[in-house]
Each structure stands twice: as C-alpha cells, then as structure tokens.
Write a new protein. Structure first.
Length: 312
C-alpha cells in the first residue's frame, strides 16, 4: 500500500488484566474443575489454529506497559501503520494513560460494561477527560439484553459525542467459549441502531457467524459498519462454502466500501501485528477489482473519518 494503515481493532495486552466474564460465570455454575477440563479438551483446536497460520507460541505479557508500547511502535514502523486503535487495554484508566503517552500513534476506546450503574458517566468522562475516542462492548458477555431501555443513558452519551461504538456479537472466545446468549445475534441491535442514527456502530469479524443478519441490519441501518478483523475461522462452520473474499464481495455489494473497516484483532507478542490477516484481506480486495481509493477507504479512511482524525 502507498499509504499508512490504520488498524481499527487491536488489543493492548496488560499483565494481570483479562476479560473473565465467561470463565467466572461457568465456574460459579459448574465449578473450576469442569472449566479446566473443558479447556483442556478443546486445547487441540487452538494448537491447530496456530499451526495453520504459522503463529509463534504466545509469550507471557510484559509487566512493563512501556515495553509493550515500544514493541507496538516498532511494529508500526515495520509495517507502515500510522495509527493503532486499541479497543481494550486493562480498563479505561490504564488505556487512557497508554494512549496519552503516544497520541500521534495510539487511539483508545472505553471498554467498561454498559450495565454498570454509572456507565454513562464513565463513558462521558472517558471521552471528555481521558482522551478515549470510542466504546467497545462484548454483547455476549453482558448480564442483560443490549436493547434494554436501561442502557438509554449510555447510548445518549455516545450519541452526544458521535463516537464509534464497536460491539462484538457471535461466538465469544475460542473453542470452549460461548456459543449461545440472548445477545449472540447482531439483529438484536436493530431498534437501538434505528433510535440512535448518529452513533456509528461497528460490528467486528464480518458478523462472526451471523453474516446474513448483519447484512440485513446494515442494509436498513446506514449507521452500521462492519470490521474485518480476526482469523474469521467461523466461516468453516457455516453450512455452505464461505470465504473472506466472499464476505468482502457481499458487504461491498450491499453497503459499499464506505462502511467496511480494516482490522486485525492483534493482541500478543511475539506475534504482534498479524501480517497474515492483512495480506489475505488486501489480496482479496485487489482480486475483487476494487479501485485504489476504495481500498484506501477500507484500510484507512473509513475509520479515520469516524474517529475524526485529520488526513496525513
């Protein structure tokens, strides 16, 4: 590419902090012994996934946040990346400090639960005082429906600032994760998206098992965007043949290149920036005959526009 990338979907791995909602609830219901047994039985799936992509073994997370930041800055220089959007990173307070150290390179999202009693105030503070520029929600990890009226103050805060709201739907976690939940299907966002048209909602991983529902949702709601991040191995489970190129083609034909946003779901080292995902996606866009300006929209301009970043 002859322009700097913006990766819209990266996680800043912070030692001692991890999302454990699924694990905690499972252990409360069935006990830790069964949780460990479930994970051990599914470990071969993770090994096969890593082997297929040629990923190295994950190293323990650096205790020094600065060291991790430096590693990401090196990755950015190596791969011609202008900005990384960290959608999670040890909580709002920690991620705020991280991105404020490198505001020209790092962007961060608030990522607290919208069901917290002071969730709307936290979001307001994150955007107005902590320098965070979006909001990340994991829908299948919530204790209630995402279209619950109790969340209206949260949507109002997001609408006030017109920040992008990234919401994960579909299976949560790798093998041994969560495959069913009241928020598993992105169509549950239908009424919320229509009620708050000034909020740009981003649904990652091409819908993560629910491409038909997401295509329909995006067709009727012009504020719905799709991100391309992850290995998208869920395509192998579909009852029909489906490739990443097929997904690009379907979304391109349905909503155009203006609402497709590049991401990798990069997180840990020594893997770092997942060049394999980027290479596959770039190749698919070019082979589909997309014009250079359309490719630039997907890999840079769309997320830059939503985040109100000046073009460089």
């Amino acid at each position: 590419m002859d322009f700097g990338l913006i990766d819209s979907h990266v996680h800043f791995d912070v030692k001692g902090y991890e999302i454990v909602g699924i694990q905690k609830r499972y252990i409360e219901m069935y006990g830790e012994e069964k949780w460990n047994k479930l994970q051990n039985k599914n470990r071969y799936q993770s090994k096969r996934w890593a082997q297929a992509w040629g990923f190295p073994q994950r190293q323990p997370t650096d205790a020094d946040v600065k060291q991790t930041s430096d590693r990401w800055l090196s990755e950015m220089e190596r791969y011609n990346i202008d900005k990384l959007v960290f959608v999670t990173g040890g909580g709002n307070d920690i991620l705020s400090r991280i991105v404020q150290e490198h505001p020209e390179h790092f962007i961060g999202y608030a990522h607290h639960s919208p069901f917290e009693a002071d969730a709307s105030q936290k979001l307001e503070y994150a955007v107005s005082s902590q320098g965070l520029k979006g909001y990340k929600i994991i829908a299948p990890d919530l204790p209630g429906r995402i279209d619950d009226s109790v969340l209206k103050p949260v949507w109002a805060a997001a609408e006030k600032h017109q920040i992008p709201v990234l919401i994960h739907f579909g299976i949560l976690g790798a093998a041994g994760g969560l495959a069913t939940h009241e928020n598993i299907n992105p169509m549950i966002l239908h009424d919320v998206a229509r009620a708050y048209p000034d909020i740009p909602f981003i649904i990652p991983h091409f819908g993560c098992g629910y491409p038909q529902e997401l295509l329909q949702l995006a067709w009727v709601c012009p504020n719905i965007h799709v991100d391309t991040s992850g290995s998208n191995q869920w395509t192998r489970w579909m009852p029909y043949t489906l490739t990443i190129k097929d997904l690009f083609k379907k979304y391109y034909e349905t909503i155009g290149p203006e609402r497709i946003i590049f991401g990798t779901d990069s997180e840990w080292f020594p893997r770092g920036f997942v060049r394999q995902y980027y290479d596959e996606q770039r190749k698919d866009c070019i082979e589909l005959g997309m014009k250079q300006d359309e490719v630039k929209m997907i890999f840079r301009n769309n997320i830059a526009r939503l985040l109100k970043q000046e073009e460089t």
